[in-house]
Design a protein around this ligand. Sequence first.
Ligand code: ATP
Ligand code: MG
Length: 270
Amino acid sequence: MTTDHSLLAEELTLGYGDRDVIHSLDLAVPPGRITAIVGANACGKSTLLRAMSRLLAPRGGRVLLDGREVHRLPPKKVARTLGLLPQAPIAPEGITVSDLVGRGRHPHQRMLTRWSAGDDQAVADALEATGTAELADRPVDELSGGQRQRVWIAMALAQQTDLLLLDEPTTFLDVSHQVEVLDLLTDLNGSRGTTIVLVLHDLNLAARYADHLIALASGRLHAAGPPEQVITAETVRAVFGIRSRVITDPVSGTPLMLPIGRHHDAARAV
Ligand SMILES: Nc1ncnc2c1ncn2[C@@H]1O[C@H](COP(=O)(O)OP(=O)(O)OP(=O)(O)O)[C@@H](O)[C@H]1O
Ligand SMILES: [Mg+2]
């Protein structure tokens, strides 16, 4: 079994109602690597992730998973290869943490087979990896935002897919848990070769953790490549409409973007 799956968008157009949100987008997700998608609010990041994971049908073009149109593949087959953690997932009312994480195992269960020891192990591993084991019996509704976010990440991990798409997985997390989640995804990428695609708003963490960055602006590809190529003051201005300075991160050697608002000295800004 190979973990290197190809995931491509070709001339992909997506939208809602009478409005297109993604316009004839071409992109390739590098197999076995970590890709971060960055871009302003409402530029189409979540829409793109939904289409790549088969939840939203294209208006034009296609998403190809291992050379086959993802929207023509059976949902369960896709779910065994590719997992999505949406931006704002909704838990069934009253569900406990362990039951929610267990739902990540559904794509692996056949019609008549029951829950197996392998499923138990996958759930236990996911709880352990996300530091949520002590929450296992708690109702998800009663958790803090950050605890809940880690539980959803556990569910995505329990699915044990070779491709994992995460829409803002660090939202709601304090700085230590942000770093922990990104370290965990990096471990997963290193140990299992899991291809990871994540939407991140923190450009500096994106630059540290991603091998490949995709910068979207108004539903179009503005730049794609290694962080050093993508995180520039020009890109930040084009994508986010603000001035900035980009220096070298003293910890990681990757680009570090310092935004410049109206109240700070812009004399040295680009
Ligand atoms: N279900 C929907 N119905 C109609 N319009 C939608 C729907 N979902 C998203 N949109 C619109 O599509 C555009 C792109 O939304 P999307 O959620 O993909 O943005 P995003 O880049 O993920 O933004 P954010 O950073 O705020 O999460 C927005 O204008 C949004 O209002
Ligand atoms: Mg979004």
